[in-house]
Design a binder for this molecule. Structure first.
Ligand SMILES: CSC[C@H]1O[C@@H](n2cnc3c(O)ncnc32)[C@H](O)[C@@H]1O
Ligand code: ZN
Length: 432
């Protein structure tokens, strides 16, 4: 067994308390062996965490990682106009190589900001899986199914691709990749396709992930045409089961929050995207109070415009208070819980907590910074004051992905150059 000790740091424990301890990892098994004092001597290798906070690697519960190529391309529009006028026409020009290099850029950014696992909905998912395999993160991936603008044959082929991707990629990258069936949303996938393909996804044993109640425009048509709220509509089509997770949940009423809590379906809160597209503010404290598992996600870099879970968590805590007019809503402890175990539980991963037997997915935060001084409360710092650049080391599945801010699994400069070139060529093709 090869072991690695992370020594000299303060450690964030699953009950969101912080204690002084070392963390001993089995690198072959990719799991935490022990958390305690004086473990450095037992290890084959050590990583210095003095003056640092050792946290679970952050879990990004909803992203479109290859959309880094469209960061800053189309801003300041609401969701429907943004998608229809700018994003969908440009995505129609994407090549598999674009998706591969865009994903690598996103994964580089994730590693640098302490994220070790994520859920992703996009096209050309095998190229994303290749990038995940190379970068060393953990992911739940799926092909985003959209049927609205298609004829029946195309729609069924797209949904079939969603199933095939879920089946083919599950377990890839030594088990770091898992999958889900991902209908894009309740208004962009026809009811007949949900009715046919969701049961087939159940046969595969994969969860369902979709954009749910992101804008008012996703609620009104369902209420008008079907006479029920969207979550009741989703439940009727078998899309709200334990292990399923939806992104956004901005426009959920009390009855829908109750349905989610009862079903064990989780919600991924994406505050930056919801603010930027002016979609609204999700009722996060109400969901937590009702017992819904809530995680945090960045959404794509084109509506955020970064992939930092630290930024996202700060946003979640801040707008949670605004939503309720209550400064105690979405407190620091809740926010930190959401960015780690909340997201991990939501997307069905065991990571998100530092304890014996848990996956060895960790981030080490440099506390010796002016904006992180003094150290009254390190959980407060994680929720409100830590920035991506404060992440020193990132470890996933026992492997060191970044050491002393040097990413080891991806060549930073070449990834940035290739992605920058691919993005400019993509836009050129789309506009001509
Ligand atoms: C079919 S793959 C995923 C699809 O979703 C688009 N997308 C990106 N951000 C959002 C969002 O906030 N709501 C809905 N859809 C979004 C992305 O561009 C892909 O086309
Ligand atoms: Zn999204």
């Amino acid at each position: 067994m090869t072991t690695l000790a992370i020594t000299g740091g303060q450690v964030l424990l699953p009950d969101i308390s912080v204690t002084r301890a070392d963390v001993l990892i089995d690198q072959d098994g990719g799991e935490i062996l022990e958390i305690g004092d004086g473990l450095a001597g037992d290890a084959d290798e050590t990583i210095d965490a003095s003056g640092s906070l050792v946290t679970p690697g952050f879990v990004n519960g909803h992203s479109h990682v290859a959309m880094t190529l469209l960061r800053g391309y189309a801003d300041d529009k609401p969701l429907d106009a943004w998608l229809q006028e700018d994003i969908f026409p440009t995505e129609a020009e994407l090549t598999p190589e674009d998706v591969h290099v865009g994903a690598k850029l996103g994964l580089l950014e994730m590693i640098k900001s302490g994220t070790t696992a994520f859920a992703d909905m996009y096209f050309m998912v095998p190229q994303i899986a290749d990038a995940v395999e190379e970068a060393g993160l953990r992911a739940r991936l799926g092909h985003g199914v959209i049927t609205v603008a298609s004829n029946d044959e195309e729609a069924r082929a797209d949904a079939q691709e969603g199933l095939e991707v879920a089946e083919a990629l599950d377990g890839r990258a030594d088990g770091r990749i898992s999958t889900a069936f991902m209908p894009h949303s309740l208004t962009t996938v026809g009811s007949e396709y949900l009715e046919e393909f969701v049961p087939k996804a159940r046969e595969l044993g994969v969860p369902i992930h979709f954009h749910g109640n992101e804008t008012a425009n996703e609620v009104t048509p369902i209420v008008e045409e079907r006479g029920v709220r969207p979550m009741a509509y989703a439940a009727e089509r078998g899309m709200l089961e334990e292990g399923d997770f939806l992104a956004h949940g901005v426009h959920l009423d009390e009855s829908e929050i109750g349905l989610l809590a009862e079903a064990g379906t989780s919600v991924i809160h994406c505050p930056a995207s919801n603010m930027k597209l002016a979609s609204g503010i999700a009722p996060v404290q109400r969901m937590l109070d009702a017992g819904v598992t809530v995680g945090i996600g960045t959404d794509g870099a084109a509506s955020n415009n970064d992939l930092s879970m630290l930024d996202e968590t700060r946003d979640a805590a801040m707008i949670g208070k605004l939503k309720d007019g209550d400064a105690s809503a979405v407190d620091a402890e809740s926010a930190v819980r959401m960015m780690t175990q909340g997201s991990a539980d939501a997307i069905g991963l065991e990571s998100g907590r530092l304890e014996e037997g848990a996956p060895a997915d960790l981030a080490v935060i440099d506390l010796e910074q002016p904006h992180l001084t003094p150290h009254h409360d390190l959980v407060s710092h994680l929720a409100y004051a830590t920035a991506a650049a404060d992440v020193r080391h990132t470890i996933c599945d026992g492997q060191v992905l970044m050491r002393d801010r040097d990413v080891l699994t991806l060549e930073e400069e070449s990834v940035r150059t290739a992605a920058g070139e691919a993005a400019m060529a993509l836009v050129e093709r789309a506009e001509n």
